[in-house]
Design a protein. Structure first.
Length: 556
RNA sequence: UGGGGCGUCGUCUAAUGGUAGGACACCUGGUUUUGGUCCAGGCAGUUGGGGUUCGAGUCCCUACGCCCCAGCCA
């Protein structure tokens, strides 16, 4: 391919190119990724991370990892740890320590005093339901708080008392004095501070008033000298307020730009809902391999590269859309196909006896580690009179296009020999218990020099030498493209999203499988050791994604 | 006639006013010691209606459709 794709270009990079051209920010580019530590990051956040850090890389700028920790009720240290891990795992770096909104609480407080002094903010005694009643509706204007015209000195005194802890939760708020008639609800005297006597994960009990998002976020961006403050579409309505605060204070003023968040079919992306899956035990925690969390994808066997590639592929726009999860799966296959070592593993074994093969003999054969990469070399595998093949690689009564094993037919055992089925042995229930074949000694290595055509090639494992492992086959967590479309998404959980396979027979080389490596089980899919439950005595492999299967497609 | 956004193949995404292109999905065929990969090909789109223009996905008008907003959440 001779066309090198420009490292991500979209409507945001166009704005930046423009800004660099006009020297709006002195050709400086500084973004930030500002998660709230109230849950684990998911693939939607990955899009934002790739965007923000990617832009910094592209322009030789910076991107801050900043925790937007302004709500002590929801935030926990466990989440900041996981977020740091996830961003690092994706391969992005930031300068020094991660930043925290809570670092700026004192500064924000001072700015609030300034706003009060300007006559632009006031302490309001209304309770939250009263504020709600007076805010008006989408179509009708709100009414002004009776406390709106308190004197500056009274506001100052009251606000300081709020901070000092003289009031109960919810008793008072600090509000911006903007316009109760404004068509944009966000501008109807929004709350800047609420009273919360709660322990904060970083500041402990130092504060009992906490800034609201709109007040805090612009200041965080301003303090950090962010140039482009990139957020999702639902904040479009908040931009006038973002601008109002920074304009009123006459401080450094970044530009907020909104883009559409990622939606995936067969997936839910809301942190609140993912938390429910965790809390109600529908999944094995935030890192369950079926979860769209970054830690879940990691445990599933996804690679940072595949996620970044996916992120590049879906682009950045303002349309809200639903991306086909197949696109994500494809990104993984694309990455793994090139570098995953191949091994053979039989998930649902049936025994094959090669009747004309010498009893007790064990042969060592060469197997390619990766046909896509000659430098991956070869390995030794052992072959014997009895082997295992996949149960569905044999059919007694095959359809025309079936070119696997059946009575009288010849197939290739990959890297070994051609075998021909001579007899099917059944137990008293009529189930196939064993298959008898003969082999052609002249086809060692899996090739004949007489031009014979063998359509089918099967993977296999020697019954004389193998290891056993449990396999977890993962499928989509939900049955419907849009799990939230009809009622409760929990009702749409796919009962077959996890299939457990006990005692699969695997090549012995897998006994020293590394948890970091992802293997392709020939003809089956990509597998990785489960980072949580696998142990030396009980190997457990997760299927990251299956191989494309045009045979299965044909049978649909 | 509350405000703010958005409409391009089935899906995602490109196109200084100048041949509507790419990816995924789907379908053919070829190669293949993975029914994988790879290769070749195919299917398929500018929400509707007007206008400006030699020329409109792009500009204007209009209609329609979809999303977001009434937390002391972010």
């Amino acid at each position: 391919m001779n066309i090198i794709k420009d490292t991500q270009s979209n409507f945001i990079t166009k704005i930046i190119d423009d800004d660099n051209h006009t020297k709006k920010w002195d050709e400086r580019v500084h973004t930030r990724f500002p998660p709230e530590p109230n849950g684990y990051l998911h693939i939607g956040h990955a899009k934002s991370i790739c965007l923000n850090f990617g832009i910094a890389q592209k322009y030789g700028g910076k991107c801050n990892l900043r925790f937007d920790d302004t709500n002590p009720l929801k935030e926990e240290d466990e989440y900041v740890k996981s977020i740091i891990d996830d961003v690092k795992w994706l391969g992005f770096h930031w300068e020094d320590e991660p930043l925290y909104a809570s670092n700026y609480f004192e500064q924000m407080f001072d700015y609030a005093i300034e706003l009060i002094n300007q006559g632009n903010a006031y302490v309001c005694d209304l309770k939250s339901d009263e504020v709600k009643d007076q805010r008006g509706t989408l179509k009708n204007p709100g009414i002004e708080s009776p406390f709106r015209n308190r004197s500056i000195s009274e506001n100052l005194e009251l606000f300081k008392k709020m901070r000092a802890g003289d009031f109960l939760d919810g008793e008072k708020t600090l509000r911006a004095k903007i316009d109760m008639q404004h068509a944009n609800l966000n501008m109807r005297d929004p709350v800047m501070y609420r009273i919360l006597h709660a322990k904060h994960h970083r500041t402990g009990s130092k504060w009992c008033i906490y800034p609201m998002y709109d007040w805090a976020h612009g200041l965080e961006d301003s303090i950090e000298k962010i140039t482009h403050s990139i957020c999702t579409l639902e904040f479009e309505d908040h931009r006038p307020l973002y601008d109002w605060y920074l304009n009123s204070l006459e401080v450094y003023h970044p530009q907020q730009i909104e883009f559409a968040r990622l939606n995936l079919n067969y997936t839910i992306m809301s942190k609140r809902k993912l938390k429910r899956l965790v809390d109600e035990g529908h999944v094995d925690g935030w890192s369950d391999p079926r979860m769209p969390t970054i830690s879940g994808l990691k445990r599933r066997g996804y690679t940072p590269k595949s996620i970044k590639h996916f992120s590049d592929e879906i682009g950045v726009t303002k349309r809200d859309t639903v991306v086909d999860v197949a696109k994500l799966e494809n990104a993984l296959r694309e990455d793994l196909n090139k570098r995953a070592p191949r091994v053979m593993g039989v998930l649902d074994p049936i025994k094959v006896v090669i009747t004309n093969y010498p009893e007790g003999e064990i042969e060592t054969l060469d197997a390619k580690n990766n046909p896509e990469d000659e430098s991956a070399g070869t390995r030794k595998i052992s072959f014997s009179k009895e082997i295992f093949i996949e149960r569905n690689d044999f059919m007694e009564d095959p359809p025309k296009k079936y070119f696997r094993l059946s009575l009288g037919k010849e197939v290739r055992l990959k890297f070994a020999y051609y075998i021909t089925c001579t007899e099917v042995i059944k137990n008293e229930n009529g189930e196939i218990s064993e298959i008898h074949c003969t082999y052609d000694p002249k086809t060692k290595g899996g090739m004949s020099d007489d031009g014979r055509k063998v359509r089918g090639t099967l993977h296999w494992v020697s019954a004389s030498e193998y290891i056993e492992a449990d396999i977890r086959l993962y499928d989509r967590l939900f049955k419907s493209q849009n799990p939230e479309a009809s009622g409760d998404f929990v009702d749409d959980l796919n009962p077959d999203s996890l299939k457990l396979i006990k005692n699969a027979k695997l090549e012995t080389c897998l006994s020293n499988a590394e948890s970091k490596s992802i293997y392709q089980f020939e003809r089956t899919g990509y597998f990785v050791l489960d980072s949580k439950d696998s142990s030396e005595n009980n190997l457990i492999f997760n299927r990251a994604v299956s191989l494309r299967d045009s045979w299965a497609k044909l049978n649909r």
